[in-house]
Ligand binder design. Structure first.
Ligand SMILES: [Zn+2]
Length: 368
């Protein structure tokens, strides 16, 4: 294997997108990760022994670890990086970074929230410490969004000066499992899809309020919630249904059928939307996406013809955004010329990168 990825919080999409020359060792996994995908022989739970075995592979050129601002995981990764550098001094240590919450806010010790002077000093020290670890440990970084690149460069610009770096936003034109979408095929259902646990930070309360405010049911639309937590006893408004803990095949089918995906993320203390997988998955399946300016991709997507950006936590603005997306989908169904217009506009936008493209960029600069 040319690259080894040590990945925390393994989810189904990580296995779906992995390049052929990559092996994965996962340190933790999501409860909703599809067990069928984890049967892949290149995927295994992390152990130091497995890492040592992988390091003996002469082909191995790149070790990918979690991004620095995933702090707990980064601190653990530093040990594995040290081990790897000891065994293979010329190995390239790389990361894919998408953290969008301001680095200083991310590193501020919450226990010192009530002591501002001490808290500010501790934050400065934490930023400095992380900067030094970045300087010593990281050879290459790909930023997944412009928001993440700005965030890291603002806090650790000095530490990243010697690090090979670029911004490669995700490819949004085709699902790696379903393939490119076919325009003019089966018409989309008048469905708005919400993917994920209906939590406050994912804006679910705002969405249900906006759903009613937009008069969606009277327009003949329904809202489907694909909830990996499997809870079906949640009170929901008229026109809203829950699909509990859907397998990946069902998620792909829902995405191929729905006209609109909603991901109205809201910032919470200590958390800000990074990219938002539902946003990427919606666009790769040809859905329109209604989201908020909270995602790190907001600047990258401002002119995307299928994206509606709304103000986070704003019911009226989200309702207006839903109406725009539903109207556009209704018009597209009756006017096939719209498909051609969309396709042209998408070709103007950034082409975007798959995981394979990201890994190829790392390998280009690898020394071994
Ligand atoms: Zn798909």
């Amino acid at each position: 294997m040319q690259t080894l990825r040590i990945v925390p919080d393994l989810r189904s999409s990580v296995v779906e997108e992995m390049p052929a020359t990559q092996a994965l060792l996962f340190t933790s996994r999501r409860a909703d990760a599809d067990p069928a995908l984890l049967a892949d022989p290149r995927v295994a739970p992390f152990t130091p022994r497995r890492l040592l075995t992988a390091l003996r592979d002469r082909e191995l050129a790149v070790l990918e670890v979690a991004e620095p601002l995933w702090t707990g995981e980064w601190v653990r990764a530093l040990r594995w990086i040290a081990l790897a550098k000891l065994r293979r001094p010329r190995i390239t240590v790389a990361t894919y970074a998408i953290e969008n919450l301001d680095a200083r806010a991310r590193l501020a010790p919450r226990s010192l929230g009530h002591r501002p002077v001490l808290g500010a000093a501790a934050t400065r020290l934490a930023v400095l410490g992380m900067g030094v670890s970045v300087l010593l440990a990281l050879d290459a970084v790909v930023f997944g969004t412009s928001g993440a690149a700005e965030n890291y460069r603002r806090a650790f610009g000095w530490a990243l000066r010697g690090t090979r770096q670029t911004v490669l936003t995700p490819r949004l034109s085709a699902c790696s499992v379903c393939g490119p979408r076919v325009d003019g095929g089966t018409p989309r259902e008048r469905t708005v899809l919400f993917l994920g646990t209906p939590s406050e930070r994912k804006g679910f309360a705002v969405l249900t309020a906006a759903w009613e405010h937009a008069g969606s049911v009277d327009r003949g639309w329904r809202l489907v919630v694909a909830d990996p937590s499997g809870a079906t006893d949640r009170p929901v408004p008229t026109g809203v249904s829950i699909v509990a803990d859907p397998p990946r095949a069902t998620v792909h089918a829902l995405l191929r059928a729905a006209a609109v995906v909603a991901m109205p993320s809201v910032r919470r203390p200590g958390w800000r939307e990074q990219i938002g997988l539902p946003l990427v998955e919606g666009l790769t399946h040809g859905c329109r996406v209604v989201t908020t300016t909270e995602t790190g991709l907001a600047d990258d997507l401002r002119d995307h013809p299928r994206v509606v950006l709304t103000a986070p936590g704003d019911v009226a603005d989200l309702a207006a955004g839903l109406r725009r997306a539903m109207d556009a989908a209704d018009t597209a169904d009756t006017d096939h010329a719209d498909h051609a217009a969309d396709t042209d506009a998408e070709q103007v936008g950034p082409r975007g990168a798959t995981k394979t493209d990201v890994v190829a960029w790392w390998l280009e600069g690898a020394l071994v």
